[in-house]
Design a protein around this ligand. Structure first.
Ligand code: ADP
Ligand code: MG
Length: 717
């Protein structure tokens, strides 16, 4: 018997699995590996699907090759040795209303201790035909429904398919993903035993009023229902994870997550920065004087919101989203100017040296007539230059620093850092953002990304940020024409390229660079550059990759930007930020190796001027289905938001953002793709609960536990 005296729920659910009956050290290790530590974790490992085994068949109706559920009484059972050493067959004869049938299990000698003649059993498994012997059920899942056949035992009265029938067979049955050596049947048993021990009342992190309003069942009922649903539950609803019980547990998890985020936002709202910025005519004139063009409506709106944030007493925490090429840099620079005019320093952090250099090259001239000094600080800068930059920042002689991760290094100090801007945020971890922020006293923070984040994920990873979106592009841009081409049509691509080069335009040819085969790939890129120099004799071909020294790379980039290099063969170092409006063709070699977001970024290197631009996605060999889907999505649309949604579908959130880096919570019940609608509700409800009258004490305890122990995120406090 597994049932024991009820215990307080918290104690029971927090019990570690390794102390449970039937879980030895080895299995405990396997559970740990799967992130299942406590009984509570175990109960939140939902079945991956449900099967309806309530349709019990008569033994005479069995057909080879099908799976079937059968009930009957054990007539005889025993272990049969075979000639093969170490191989055993456990064989059983079972009688149902229609007659006798045979059941066999390979290599499960312990079944000797499970089955005895006279028991009533429920079985589910594959029907095979073997000669000699005929039809048999092979390695079925089983359950002993009554041990003696004694009709006074409660279970024995049950007919197959009824609520209290076998939990492994004879009804809708949960199927679990294996954990280590534990197959679905074991897990089912362990979960059932745990559920049986649940006390009648479990305290609930969801406020009663909320539960009633949303029609969500209680916690205990939901835990049962998510594993062993009532027999009349619709199978399709179960498998879509949309029964009230399942929804409740999903909602609970997302609610606690959103509540934590809401509390963080509250805490932020209470922060006060030491100096609030001001905007007067002088500041406005200064900003206008650097402006090389008219801002688009989207840029203006974003800038207005940002400047409003700067002028507020609480620090800004804003995400600026905008597709590749929409012009985020100038918005950031103008915000930077406001900060500098207010006597504060600005740090702009970008993910690659190349991008830092690019930004430096374009921003320095714009500021040359102002009184502000810009410095560049990257890991690749010469030591002397770095020291000078550091000193200038510490003294306050430099007002704006553009750099890479080198900016978060410990030794770097600012005189008064007032604004932190992080470009291409998706390339950084949350930690780096926090570290740079801590170099100032509650500075304003602006993070920018061109990888549009599907709303679900935005609500998750950037849930504590305010969001601005630039949806328009600078005037005169035409959508890039994208073509997916196989190797056989390479010559046609070259012909087109030649035409563009002859017309005075420029082009990129990008090679993938995989870490494992970096050397070979570099060689391929280098060889490609040499080949193309011959193919396009008369035009200048350049080569750019991450292994070049930074001044060498700088030189190539400068010559490309100035139009002296016409065709640039590059690795993905050019993925972000590079901006040469005269470049109109992007050829991606081995496009099948790239991810969707990355291809979108690469394509964004062209289409930056008024001329029609083209992107060719060259692939080798046969495409896998997902590669096909990726390339097709890219050819179909240039809308980064649509592409991001596609990417999420194809790759899943973890891979899309890189789970460890991104601040994505570890979720047990919810799935970010499947449950995005629940996430929206959870966010609204969390805000409402927090707004009403603060969070009740018991909810707080759950919340803290969830954030620190389960989501793998820093606590909310
Ligand atoms: P991203 O948002 O991808 O960082 P950038 O800031 O690099 O985009 O801008 C892309 C290009 O568009 C740059 O050449 C920039 O000078 C130009 N640009 C930005 N805003 C405008 C505008 N309002 N009018 C014309 N060109 C613009
Ligand atoms: Mg940019």
């Amino acid at each position: 018997m597994t049932a024991s005296r009820p215990q307080p729920a918290v104690d029971l659910l927090n019990q570690e699995l390794r102390f449970q009956k039937g879980v030895g050290p080895r299995r405990a290790g396997e559970f740990e590996q799967a992130g299942v530590h406590t009984l509570d974790d175990l109960l939140h490992r939902f079945p991956m699907r449900f099967e309806d085994r309530s349709q019990v068949q008569r033994s005479t109706d069995l057909k080879p090759g099908e799976s079937a559920a059968v009930w009957g009484d054990v007539v005889s059972a025993g272990l049969r040795r075979t000639r093969r050493r170490g191989f055993s067959v456990f064989e059983m004869l079972v009688r149902d209303d229609a007659g006798l049938f045979r059941v066999v299990w390979m290599n499960q000698p312990f079944l000797q201790d499970v089955f005895k003649p006279g028991q009533r059993v429920s079985l589910y498994g594959k029907v095979e035909y073997r000669s000699p012997g005929g039809l048999r059920l092979s390695n079925p899942q089983y359950e002993v429904v009554s041990s003696s056949g004694d009709p006074d035992e409660p279970d024995a009265r049950d007919e197959p398919g009824q609520a209290e029938g076998g939990r492994h067979t004879g009804r809708i049955v949960p199927v679990y993903e294996r954990i280590g050596s534990l197959a679905t049947g074991h897990l089912r048993k362990l979960i059932l035993a745990t559920l049986d021990r649940l006390p009648p009342h479990l305290d609930d992190p969801l406020p009663e009023t909320l539960r009633t309003r949303l029609g969500l069942p209680g916690r205990r009922e939901s835990l049962w229902g998510a594993h062993f649903p009532a027999p009349d539950t619709a199978l399709t609803t179960l498998n879509r994870f949309r029964t009230p019980a399942q929804l409740r547990l999903i909602f609970e998890e997302l609610f606690l997550f959103q509540l934590g985020l809401a509390m963080r936002r509250r805490a932020r709202d209470a922060e006060r920065k030491p100096r609030v910025m001001q905007v007067d005519d002088r500041v406005r004139r200064s900003a206008l004087s650097v402006l090389p063009f008219r801002l688009t409506a989207g840029q203006k709106a974003a800038l207005r919101t940002i400047v409003e944030d700067l002028c507020r007493p609480r620090p800004m925490n804003r995400l600026l989203q905008g597709d590749v090429g929409c012009g985020k840099t100038i918005v950031a620079l103008l915000a930077g100017l406001v900060a500098m005019e207010n006597g504060l320093q600005v740090a702009l952090m970008v993910p690659t040296e190349l991008l830092a250099e690019q930004h430096y090259l374009s921003i320095a001239p714009m500021l040359s007539t102002s009184r502000f000094r810009v410095v560049l600080l990257t890991g690749g800068s010469p030591a002397k230059q770095r020291r000078e930059a550091e000193l200038a920042l510490e003294r306050g002689d430099a007002h704006l620093v553009i750099g890479t991760q080198a900016l978060v290094q410990q030794s770097l100090r600012f005189r008064e850092l007032g604004l932190v801007i992080i470009d291409e945020q998706h390339r950084f971890g949350v930690l780096q953002r926090a570290t740079l922020r801590d170099k100032g006293a509650l500075p304003d923070v602006l993070v920018m990304t061109a990888t549009p984040i599907p709303r679900t994920l935005a609500l998750t990873t950037y849930g504590d940020l305010d969001v601005s979106v630039i949806r328009d592009l600078p005037p005169g841009r035409r959508p890039i024409k994208t073509t997916v081409v196989g190797e056989a049509r390479r010559q046609a691509v070259y012909t087109f390229l030649r035409g563009e080069l002859t017309a005075g335009r420029q082009a990129y040819v990008v090679y993938p660079l995989v870490e494992d085969s970096e050397k070979m790939d570099l060689k391929a890129a280098t060889a490609m550059a040499e080949t193309l120099a011959t193919v396009f004799a008369g035009h200048t071909v350049g080569l750019l990759h991450g292994r070049m020294k930074s001044d060498e790379r700088d030189g190539v980039m400068r010559r490309f930007a100035a139009g002296h290099v016409h065709l640039l063969v590059a690795t993905t170092v050019i993925e972000v930020g590079v901006d040469v409006p005269n470049a109109t063709v992007m050829v991606v070699e081995h496009a099948e190796r790239f991810g969707l977001a990355q291809l979108h970024q690469l394509r964004g290197r062209v289409g930056r001027g008024g001329d029609q631009s083209h992107c060719y996605l060259l692939y080798q060999g046969r495409l896998t289905d997902t590669a096909k889907a990726r390339l097709a999505a890219l050819a179909r649309t240039t809308d980064g938001f649509e592409i991001a949604e596609q990417d999420l579908q194809l790759r899943g959130p973890g891979e899309m953002l890189g789970t460890r880096q991104s601040g994505l919570p570890t979720l047990r019940a919810a799935n970010l793709i499947r449950d995005h609608d629940v996430m929206e509700t959870a966010r609204d409800e969390a805000e409402a609960v927090l707004g009403e009258r603060g969070i009740p004490e018991p909810v707080l305890a759950h919340l803290d536990e969830a954030w620190t122990r389960r989501f793998g995120l820093a606590g909310v406090g």
